[in-house]
Design a protein around this ligand. Structure first.
Ligand code: MN3
Length: 256
């Protein structure tokens, strides 16, 4: 099908670009992780590992680095426990299902269907978190510029309107899930959200399909220690540390 070929090609291009950017942005192996034996911290060739064994990508900054916007304990648990569990469970699920063996993560996301819960939840969890760590950064810039700013203006009118729509989407996601800024096949940006660990790359599952270039984790594990029930405060904190350079790079790679 034309659509799935388009999706697969665009995804590969943009994942490659994201991976290159991620490798360049890494600050070397943090001493924080030197004594850890619970997770594999080898840098990966993209937002996830390739082949049978997926690995958790290096964070690239300290757990404390996003304070006061995201507290260190939340970062540590989120990365070391939640993300690590998605990776471990994804590897287990893949080992038990030949359909997904020797596939890279974007192919897994393209193939998975709504009834394959273990792959769906853990492949989504792995991709989403791998990118989330790149979408935030210490001292993140406050506003996007250049081509992305123009694109946001074209699609939403202005940055504030985009921010409002994205924040509403994040606030209104009932229960656990993600809010997304995506690039559609019409080359326009749009905002949407998805439940649990689904994302718009899951062409057999997601109601809205597109390339996510920014995502916000609104599971309570992402904010409850600091913000408790106040998800709106967490969303505001997120906008203080968005890595717009990463978002712009993904946008440009997908538009290329
Ligand atoms: Mn999470």
């Amino acid at each position: 099908m034309v659509q799935s070929t388009y999706n697969t090609m665009k995804k590969r291009e943009f994942l490659k670009a994201a991976g290159l950017l991620g490798a360049g942005a890494l600050m070397g192996k943090s001493v924080l992780f030197a004594s850890s034996s619970s997770v594999d911290l080898e840098p990966t060739d993209g937002p996830a590992g390739y082949g049978n064994e997926f690995t958790i990508p290096e964070l690239g900054y300290a757990f404390t680095a996003l304070e006061p916007h995201i507290d260190a304990l939340t970062m540590e648990i989120h990365y070391m426990k939640h993300h690590a569990a998605y990776v471990a469970n994804l590897n287990k699920a893949v080992a038990n299902d030949v359909q997904f063996q020797n596939k890279d993560i974007d192919t897994v996301l393209t193939l998975v269907t709504g009834t394959q819960a273990a792959i769906r939840n853990n492949a989504g969890g792995h991709w989403n978190h791998s990118m989330f760590w790149k979408w935030i950064r210490p001292g993140g810039s406050k506003l996007p510029g250049g081509a992305l700013e123009l694109a946001l203006n074209n699609s939403f009118g202005n940055f504030e309107e985009f921010k409002k729509q994205f924040s509403e989407s994040a606030k209104n996601r009932f229960g656990s899930g993600w809010a997304w800024l995506c690039l559609g096949e019409d080359k326009k940006l749009f905002v949407c959200s998805s439940p649990n660990q689904d994302n718009p790359l899951m062409t057999n599952i997601s109601e809205q399909k597109g390339l996510p270039i920014l995502g916000l984790d609104v599971w309570e594990h992402a904010y409850y220690l600091k913000h408790q029930n106040k998800r709106a405060d967490y969303i505001n904190s997120f906008f203080e540390i968005v890595n717009w350079d990463q978002v712009t790079a993904m946008y440009l790679a997908a538009m290329h």
